[in-house]
Design a protein around this ligand. Structure first.
Ligand SMILES: NC(=O)c1ccc[n+]([C@@H]2O[C@H](COP(=O)([O-])OP(=O)(O)OC[C@H]3O[C@@H](n4cnc5c(N)ncnc54)[C@H](O)[C@@H]3O)[C@@H](O)[C@H]2O)c1
Ligand SMILES: [Zn+2]
Length: 314
């Protein structure tokens, strides 16, 4: 098992990455005997992994809440369901929420933890690649408002993040590729060495070779963690994590969030931002070709759909 420490003073915690974590006695599962654990998951992931997690938490007073699957359910109604459940099981301030799922479950469960009784502990168990390398690190929690994504939320750091790479075995190919888009983003903004490594190892990555995937996730988290920690001292560094996201958000909005997964929109967004930077002389000429080849090797789209109007995008 590999570990990345997230250095945030008294809110520091560790991310554990490896195989077989869910079914094993991990220190993060050792919550006080008889204390309350609420597992929040969704209809797709619970049938696959909930039993395993429940067994690992034996000894605690374990409850679960299974929400419907999808970004459209990341809203006030489903956040309220989590709060209702906590009240229903008489959870007190020493209860812990375990979020078992992708970024949707992590963000919403994390915000329930941030807000219930002014804040209780939570442990992230991200199961999508995107959540493992991006959403589960940094402490951003929340849900969507009809007027915009993630408009309601809070910063609330988890007590630990457990990345069991075995869960990737059931992740659909398209979702896996979408996660790789954020992996490329994190490399492109600050780590030339890993960018080259991602190029050299693309076949092994696409084949999900466990050791290769573990190294990739560890390095991505370490990079994001450094940016998140620097932000506490240096305002604005975190904006680097938005590489490609301005164009991606325009694309997602104009296609009503139906046509592209977030990572796919980010892939196109990074290409547009890079081509623009080349034209303006802000990055090396030819970098868009290199970036495009890498994204393409991960089956990610590169180009804006022809039917979109550039004025609408602007
Ligand atoms: N907090 C942050 O810093 C941050 C960063 C990036 C994204 N996000 C948020 O994360 C969300 C996107 O995350 P996501 O891409 O994980 O979406 P998601 O949670 O909707 O998961 C994607 C799909 O994969 C399924 N899935 C997940 N793990 C699986 C597994 N192991 N096996 C089979 N199916 C599995 C899910 O059920 C879902 O259908 C967005 O809401 C976004 O706003 C948050
Ligand atoms: Zn993103």
């Amino acid at each position: 098992m590999q570990t990345v420490d997230i250095d945030l003073a008294e809110r520091s915690y560790s991310v554990y990455i490896g195989s077989g974590i869910l079914g094993n006695a991990h220190p993060a599962f050792e919550i006080a005997p008889g204390s309350t654990a609420l597992i929040v998951s969704n209809e797709t992931i619970a049938p696959l992994y909930l039993d395993k997690l429940c067994k690992s938490l034996a000894g605690a007073n374990v409850h679960s809440l299974i929400l419907p699957d999808g970004e459209t359910y990341k809203n006030v109604g489903h956040w309220t369901q989590i709060i209702d459940k906590l009240i229903d099981i008489r959870a007190t301030r020493d209860a812990t929420i375990f979020t078992l799922g992708g970024g949707v479950i992590g963000d919403m469960g994390g915000f329930a933890a941030a807000s219930y009784m002014r804040g209780i502990d939570f442990i992230q168990i991200p199961t999508s690649l995107l959540a493992q390398v991006d959403a589960s690190v940094g402490g951003k929690t929340g849900f969507n408002h009809p007027h915009g994504k993630n408009l309601i939320g809070a910063f609330h750091q988890p007590r630990a993040v457990l990345v069991d790479i075995d869960t990737l075995e059931t992740l659909p190919e398209r979702e896996f590729s979408a996660g790789l888009s954020e992996v490329v983003k994190i490399a492109a903004i600050r780590d030339a060495e890993i960018l080259a490594w991602l190029e050299d190892n693309s076949a092994a990555i696409m084949a999900r070779v466990p050791d290769v995937v573990t190294s990739m996730i560890k390095r991505s988290i370490a990079n994001k963690a450094t940016v998140v920690a620097e932000e506490e001292r240096e305002a604005g560094v975190r904006a680097l994590l938005n590489f490609g996201h301005s164009f991606a958000h325009a694309l997602e909005t104009l296609t009503d969030y139906h046509q592209y997964l977030h990572g796919e929109a980010v892939s196109i967004g990074m290409m547009v931002a890079t081509r623009l930077s080349e034209i303006r002389g802000l990055c090396d000429t030819g970098f868009s070709g290199r970036l495009g080849a890498l994204l393409q090797s991960y089956n990610l789209p590169l180009d804006l759909p022809a039917e979109l109007d550039s004025d609408d995008i602007l």
